[in-house]
Design a protein around this ligand. Structure first.
Ligand code: KG4
Ligand code: ZN
Length: 339
């Protein structure tokens, strides 16, 4: 095998168009174009997202290649997100990637988005050493919340997942109730910094297994705010920091409780975080605290690899190529669900 395989990766599952270039496990270029068009709607509008991807994809890929002086002919493989995600957005990335790969006569690797969040830990500059197999990964994004036992680069076992909203969705919906713009997770994180996490108490799910639920919390926030606003119309503005801190603490407590149970049940102490919500400062802190109390080795991705990016898509193709694995059948079409 060629020593330093050069891969161009594309991520277009939701509202950001991203392209990266990898040389071996090293990311040499990682460009993200975010889409402002959704802000006024308080969430992602799928049709607007696919149109913006169509406009962005060529300049973003060109920029990622030009930045490091790589020509299309220098590429050994293309990687793209095959799902899950918004169908129209996925199709823009998938068609572009497959067209480019066909014209260059190189393989196109269709990559599962959640697998990519997990394997981002194997990017060279993510850690000095990636987590050893098997490890546990708490994968928390806007669409998924999963506890995954990772035994190999294509071996995943879901030990638990959300039965309703995802953790990122819980952050975003709570933020919306507080009148904060989309995406709400980073906003809650910011205001929570100045607030008291013990100021208010919200409902936590009572589920015995390793699954998660956030819909009870959402209802509890909704009724609490309604009652308080009837007494004082300025309740939210006057208590924004404390509300954010208390909501954030509740979500983090729910996540950490399952993570501890999963580690105990599997006897695995190499614990990784992945997905957009792993950018949350309270969650990162809680994992590190538990690591020092319980003897875990914690693997927390650098901020740039937490939220959606193409580098994580590229590393999956790189690991497949290292293991002599050809593109899996999943690459054939964009899909909306798996895992
Ligand atoms: O992985 P990601 O970028 O996209 C999906 O695959 O969904 O995750 C996006 C989610 C959003 O719900 C966003 O609010 C949340 O990650 N998020 C955060 C933070 N940064 C992003 N949630 C809490 N605190 C943050 N700092
Ligand atoms: Zn994601």
């Amino acid at each position: 095998m060629k020593e330093n395989i050069v891969i161009c990766a594309i991520e277009s599952s939701c509202d950001d168009t991203s392209a990266a270039v990898l040389k071996g496990r090293h990311v040499i270029s990682n460009i993200i174009a975010d889409q402002e068009v959704h802000r006024e709607f308080g969430g992602v509008v799928p049709e607007l997202a696919s149109r913006a991807h169509q406009q962005n994809i060529l300049p973003v890929v060109n920029q990622a290649l030009a930045k490091v002086n790589i020509k299309p002919e220098d590429l050994d493989a293309i990687a793209f997100t095959s799902g899950p995600g918004l169908m129209g957005s996925l199709l823009v990335g998938a068609s572009f990637a497959r067209g480019l790969a066909t014209s260059l006569k190189i393989p196109a690797y269709g990559i599962h988005h959640m697998r990519a969040h997990i394997l981002a830990h194997f990017i060279d500059d993510a850690h000095t050493e990636p987590p050893p197999f098997p490890f546990l990964c708490l994968t928390v994004s806007g669409g998924h919340t999963q506890l995954v036992k990772v035994s190999g680069s294509r071996e995943f076992e879901i030990l638990g997942q959300t039965i309703d909203d995802a953790a990122g969705e819980a952050f975003d919906k709570a933020a919306k109730m507080l009148g904060l713009p989309y995406p709400g997770g980073p906003m809650i994180d910011k205001f929570a910094n100045e607030g008291n996490p013990l100021a208010f108490e919200f409902a936590k799910p009572k589920i015995a297994d390793l699954n998660f639920s956030f819909s009870g919390l959402k209802t509890s926030i909704l009724y609490f705010l309604k009652a308080e606003k009837e007494k004082n119309p300025h309740f939210i503005e006057e208590n924004l920091n404390d509300l954010c801190a208390s909501i954030q603490k509740t979500i983090v407590d729910i996540l950490i409780d399952r993570l501890r149970r999963a580690s105990k049940k599997t006897d695995i102490e190499h614990i990784a975080l992945a997905g957009g919500v792993s950018a949350n400062s309270a969650l990162r802190k809680a994992v590190l605290e538990n690591a020092s109390n319980l003897g875990w080795t914690a693997y927390i991705p650098p901020m740039k690899y937490c939220t959606d990016n193409a580098a994580m898509i590229g590393i999956c193709a790189q690991l497949d190529l290292e293991n002599n694995l050809s593109p899996s059948k999943e690459a054939v079409q964009a899909r909306s669900s798996l895992f």
